[in-house]
Design a protein around this ligand. Structure first.
Ligand code: GDD
Ligand code: MG
Length: 368
């Protein structure tokens, strides 16, 4: 079975961290999001994956190569962004060759059982000659997503992408994982288009679309707070009662690690530093003495000097935080940002990659 993963978006809402990496490489428990997705597909019997790439395509291709989790990985490159529908048409030749295939959004952390999606699709295909089965997930606020109206046989009557607040047909949203027959390609109206706006509404109207409900883990990491939430959820699963500590990591005397927490490989932590709860520290990170870090994510190779506190923040790769620094509430440091000694960021400060900041900032601000 084949799968095509849409992995070409710009990740605009994840700036400044997406200025230097595609969404698919954002770390979830110290492992790129796309690794989690690929592993899930492999477990469900997929043998070939096409990555539809555009933004930072080379970085993705270099990282994932041509073979991973016992699956062949291929790349379908776009010379300009083709949206969420165009990439399917663009890869038509490979996809049409042997029957049905999965289509996945590449920015979702989930434990969807793809083999169950396939089983459900086979059932609807046989009974109703349907074209596509869409995975659905129930959320409190569906307005940021694609939303469906579903009937008793799980037929989708209506699909509305990003409905206005109060006009959502239900709380069941498009979870971004479909199993489809190759005939879907005949419904794609142009080389660049949106599968949600230009294909699904007409498929639904023709009675060709059915739903498969997923209950369990599901988070679209498209915004910083959701990216953080995705990490917290995995910490709750794999490091809840006991912190997970990597190899060759050195914890000095008096270090306290409060679970859930994940500490990577070759990390150095100085005397008396407290880490956790809800902290993920990447590989090769250095943290000084007497620091306090909670509810935060520190990417690989970052540095935090002594007596600093980080609470509710994201520290990008290779970023450097001086002594007696305080970084709080939804602040984000881009990769290789440098924060001088004694600086305080109270909330919502986001610092562009490689930018040096020498003064405190006490209100939400983007530092370019
Ligand atoms: N190859 C390629 N080319 N991929 C793209 C492009 C493009 O031009 N544009 C977006 N993508 C990829 C993104 O990288 C992402 O993995 C996926 O397509 C979905 O795009 P988003 O921009 O993240 O869309 P969204 O999150 O606002 O909405 C989509 O996902 C929701 C669930 O997470 C829609 O499918 C909604 O209906 C859905 O509910
Ligand atoms: Mg998304």
């Amino acid at each position: 079975l084949k799968a095509i993963i849409l992995a070409g978006g710009f990740g605009t809402r994840l700036r400044p961290l997406s200025c230097t990496r595609p969404k698919q490489l954002f770390p979830i428990a110290n492992r790129p999001l796309l690794d989690w997705i690929l592993e899930g597909l492999s477990k469900s019997g997929v043998t070939e994956v096409i990555l539809a790439v555009n933004y930072m395509a080379d970085v993705l291709q270099r990282y994932f190569g041509n073979y991973r989790y016992e699956m062949k990985i291929m790349y379908s490159r776009e010379t300009k962004p083709l949206g969420t529908g165009g990439p399917i048409k663009n890869a038509e030749k490979i996809l049409k060759a042997d029957g049905k295939f999965f289509i996945l959004n590449g920015d979702v952390l989930t434990n969807i059982q793809y083999s169950n999606l396939e089983k459900n699709h086979a059932k609807y295909r046989k009974k109703y000659n349907s074209t596509l089965t869409i995975t659905l997930y129930e959320v409190e606020d569906p307005s940021r997503f694609g939303v469906v109206e579903i009937g008793p046989t799980n037929r989708i009557y209506r699909f509305v992408e990003k409905p206005k607040l109060g006009e959502e047909p239900s709380k069941l949203i498009n979870a971004g994982a479909y199993l489809t027959e190759p005939e879907i390609i005949d419904y794609i109206p142009s080389d660049k288009c949106s599968i949600e706006r230009d294909v699904f509404p007409s498929l639904a109207q023709k009675g060709k679309m059915y739903g498969f409900k997923h209950e369990g883990l599901w988070i679209d990491i498209g915004k910083p707070d959701d990216f953080v939430k995705a990490n917290f959820s995995v910490m709750d699963i794999i490091a809840k009662d006991k912190p997970k500590i990597g190899i060759d990591t050195q914890l000095s005397s008096g270090v306290k690690i409060i679970p859930p927490a994940i500490v990577g490989n070759e990390v150095k932590v100085g005397q008396g530093t407290h880490i956790g709860p809800y902290v993920t520290i990447g590989d090769n990170v250095s943290i000084g003495n007497g620091c306090k870090i909670s509810h935060s994510i520190l990417f690989n190779n970052s540095w935090v000097d002594s007596y600093s506190s980080i609470n509710g923040a994201i520290v990008g790769e290779g970023a450097v935080v001086g002594q007696w620094v305080k970084i709080e509430n939804n602040c984000i440091l881009g990769d290789y940002a440098v924060i001088s000694d004694n600086v305080t960021f109270t909330k919502g400060v986001s610092v562009c990659p490689s930018k040096e900041v020498g003064e405190s900032i006490l209100e939400p601000k983007q530092v370019m």
